[in-house]
Design a binder for this molecule. Structure first.
Ligand SMILES: [Zn+2]
Length: 483
């Protein structure tokens, strides 16, 4: 008897429990991938396992559905392995320890992996059944979604004939996800020349910000430490001439930077108390402007003794400050198709100086490809006009909202019949695997949905069993009507 054997739908929880016994953190997916291969072999189903361990399993349509348009069932096999500090499970080698409490499934001391093991369990249960009517199925299980969608990026989609996809990697029952942002990383550089200068040494620091994810949390209006540092330097330099020695801020291009620091040289006879007064005023301005989003923002200057330092030449220093002041940042445009959706944004995530160069890294997102390209060009134009340049990497496509989507219409209709209310149609300002599939399968009509989960990617992760049952019935009804 398994721990989940009393739960319905029995076949889904049967496979979910099996999956939970197999360690399957990102980067450790050979065993779960081989498990899916055995599943397909035992049932005589055609399958493809690629070098990355991605799996495709094919099943013909059932009676009356032989000639229906094929449907992709998709999810990812890998999970985020997180555990409590006192938990002794070796997640590279052991499965998780399931628990059920008040209809909520969790794993003792660790993440559960409902994200996205439940998708694999749903698909295997449908592939295994002989009493569920459905069109020809193409089940696609990817690896390493949680560490940059590596499996989906590497996947050869040419064996897929379907242009209808049900992605089961959402964790809010009642929401249908129908679009996501594409993205690109951009790194700007301005070559630097230096000279040995003397003056009063000082350090300017912006700190105390909340930061956050540059996609999901860009709509929170939080301050960007690098931008505030640039603004402070520009204002300060009007009354108190400064020479820049170094700049440093942020850790990742996809995280809003929480602090930033500049080391400077001031005139040897600069009045510290006047400068401190000006800095204090600016701190008050920032605390007022960001009183809701970043109430603890600080702006502070510390002074050291006079001396010599390697300073950036004044003309280049001026260009760097101009760049920081003029970089677009944050939300650029909201969607007019989906209320409340950020359509295009960017985040200045990291800035640094070396002996030779000032560099700044951005994460750019948009659910409209051309807006993403235009924003790259805006940055490039600015960098070039300031004697610098811009390079891009890591581009991934948007899953653009389809004004006309027969699959979405059907799924709304089935939802209304089953739940007696309308689902929420949603798009997100971050990347999901559907974007990569939409890029590879022209004309793809895709909806992402799933049962309720809370606390994913943390040991507090729970999966709602009753929700799993409703989404199971919902999925089967959608398949039935895709005749
Ligand atoms: Zn996931």
């Amino acid at each position: 008897m398994g721990i989940l054997s009393n739960l319905k739908p029995e076949p889904v929880f049967h496979y979910f429990e099996e999956i939970c016994q197999i360690p399957h953190g990102s980067g450790n997916t050979k065993e779960i991938s081989d498990y899916c291969v055995r599943f397909a072999k035992e049932r005589g189903l055609r399958y493809i396992q690629d070098e990355a361990n991605n799996i495709m399993i094919f099943k013909p349509g059932t009676a009356g559905y032989e000639d229906s348009a094929p449907v992709i069932l998709q999810g990812h096999m890998d999970m985020v392995c997180e555990k409590e500090s006192d938990c002794d499970i070796d997640m590279d080698r052991e499965g998780v320890r399931l628990e059920v409490q008040d209809g909520m499934i969790s794993a003792r001391g660790t993440t559960l992996g409902g994200d996205d093991g439940i998708a694999v369990a749903y698909a295997l249960a449908i592939l295994d059944a002989n009493d569920i009517p459905h069109p020809p199925l193409e089940a696609v299980f990817t690896v390493d979604e949680e560490i940059g969608m590596l499996g989906a990026s590497a996947l050869d989609c040419s064996p897929l004939k379907s242009r209808l996809m049900l992605n089961l990697d959402s964790e809010d029952e009642g929401y249908l996800l129908v679009g996501c942002a594409g993205g690109i990383s951009a790194k700007g550089g301005i070559p630097v020349t230096r000279f040995s200068a003397s003056g009063k040494k000082a350090t300017l620091r912006i700190a105390g910000l909340l930061g956050g994810h540059s996609g999901i949390e860009i709509d929170k209006g939080r301050a960007n430490a690098c931008k505030l540092l640039g603004r402070t330097l520009y204002a300060l330099n009007k009354d108190f001439p400064i020479l820049l020695c170094s700049l440093q801020g942020g850790l990742k291009d996809n995280a809003i930077p929480r602090d930033a620091t500049a080391t400077l040289l001031l005139d040897a006879d600069a009045d510290e108390s006047q400068i401190a007064e000006r800095i204090k005023e600016m701190q008050q301005e920032y605390q007022n402007e960001y009183r809701k989003s970043d109430p603890n923002v600080t702006c502070a200057m510390t002074f050291s003794e006079a001396g010599t330092a390697s300073a950036i030449t004044p003309d280049i220093g001026k260009n760097i400050i101009a760049a920081l002041v003029n970089f677009p940042n944050g939300i650029q445009r909201m969607s007019f198709d989906i209320e409340g959706l950020v359509q295009t944004s960017l985040n200045l995530g990291i800035m640094k100086t070396s002996d030779e160069e000032f560099t700044c890294s951005f994460s750019i997102r948009s659910s409209v490809e051309t807006e993403k390209c235009a924003l790259v060009e805006q940055l490039e134009c600015l960098m070039e006009s300031l004697g610098g340049s811009l390079k891009t990497t890591g581009e991934y496509p948007a899953w653009e909202y389809r004004p006309d989507s027969p699959l979405r219409d059907l799924m709304v209709e089935v939802f209304e019949d089953q739940y007696g209310r309308k689902p929420v149609i949603q798009a997100i300002h971050a990347g999901v695997e559907c974007g990569l599939f939409a890029g590879n399968l022209p004309g793809l009509d895709c909806v992402s949905f799933g049962p309720d989960m809370k606390g994913i990617h943390t040991p507090a992760e729970v999966l709602d069993a009753a929700s799993v049952l409703r989404i199971w019935e919902y999925t089967l009804e959608v398949l039935k009507r895709l005749k």
